[in-house]
Design a protein around this ligand. Structure first.
Ligand code: GDP
Ligand code: MG
Length: 297
């Protein structure tokens, strides 16, 4: 096993196995209803749950000792089929500069991800620059400065400028110094806050306009504890700002890691990384196989 995602993730298979192994449960419809309930409880979402139940119902023998065994195989493959297309590592190179714009609601893990990503790309020998475009709270600027210090990456910040100006300064420095990866941290906001969404559009426009050769990638951080509400969140951010990839954070703290399946199925955006803790190394590439193994238990 390469890594474990959440420690507390509910072991979905344990529950399913119980009903599949129960010799008294012979009614197929009842079995499938229970299966759907368990899948829904694991937060994988209505669409995925329906699809999986239909396929298990079709492909699994529901009688005899083999039904649990064949059921597990079908479930494993179904989950993998849904998730695998969303396993997309970020492409970064020394030839084309990259700007990573981190957006998301308050507390979803943007600043932590900014620090972790800065460290990850620095370790891979890229030149990295952080931009503190969360100018909303003094503590926000302090937090990104402290990450910058911890991972030895310079931070462009300002206590008295607006986020678009800080972005401008960051991009100017990135162009001047031919920085490979520029990471811009932004303030948390809800996708329903019109002014704040316009501010984000402005940040993006400033970045694009002032670094036209760069690959600008907008990454949305989602706290895995948000549950089914995250689907709506992703859709709204994507509609209003344009999202290129997702980072699911706090998978270590949730038993509902199944929400990744719902997000993959219903939002259709790449899952670039997952956050599995507060420390600098607690950021992993999303690995669909590993995830399904961890989810099923
Ligand atoms: N357990 C855990 N905590 C995290 C993770 N990512 C961020 N946090 C914590 O969540 C809180 C909010 O994170 P922060 O980066 O400040 O969120 P922001 O408001 O989006 O910038 C902080 O206490 C972080 O240490 C994670 O993957 N796992
Ligand atoms: Mg922050």
């Amino acid at each position: 096993m390469t890594h474990k995602i959440g420690n507390n993730i509910d072991k979905v298979w344990e529950k399913i196995q119980k009903i599949f192994n129960d010799p008294k449960k012979t009614d197929k419809q009842e079995l499938m209803d229970r299966l759907e309930d368990i899948l829904l409880e694991s937060d994988i979402g209505a669409l995925a749950a329906r699809q999986i139940v239909e396929n298990i119902s079709r492909k699994t023998s529901t009688k005899g000792v083999d039904r649990a065994k064949s059921g597990r195989g079908v479930l494993y493959n179904e989950l993998l089929t849904i998730l695998r297309p969303f396993e997309k590592p970020l492409k970064v190179s020394t030839k084309v500069p990259t700007i990573l714009l981190l957006i998301g609601v308050n507390g979803s893990g943007k600043t932590t991800v900014a620090g972790k990503l800065a460290n990850l790309f620095k370790e891979r020998q890229y030149s990295v620059l952080l931009g503190a475009a969360d100018t909303f709270r003094a503590a926000g600027i302090e937090q990104i400065r402290s990450w910058g210090q911890q991972v030895s990456v310079p931070v462009v910040d300002s206590n008295d400028e607006d986020p678009a100006s800080v972005t401008y300064k960051t991009i100017k420095k990135a162009v001047g110094e031919s920085i490979n990866v520029t990471i811009i941290d932004t303030a948390g906001r809800l996708p329903t806050q019109l002014n704040l969404m316009n501010e984000l559009k402005k940040i993006k426009k400033v970045a694009r306009k002032n670094h036209q050769t760069a690959n600008l990638i907008t990454l949305l951080t989602i706290d895995a504890n948000t549950g089914q509400n995250s689907i709506n969140q992703v859709n709204m951010f994507n509609e209003k700002i344009g999202v290129d990839g997702l980072i699911l954070t706090k998978l270590d703290g949730t038993s509902k890691g199944g929400v990744i399946v719902a997000i993959a199925k219903e939002n259709g955006l790449p899952i670039n990384f997952i956050g599995t803790g507060e420390k600098v190394d607690d950021l992993k590439l999303f690995d669909a196989d590993q995830f399904v193994v961890d989810l099923l238990g």
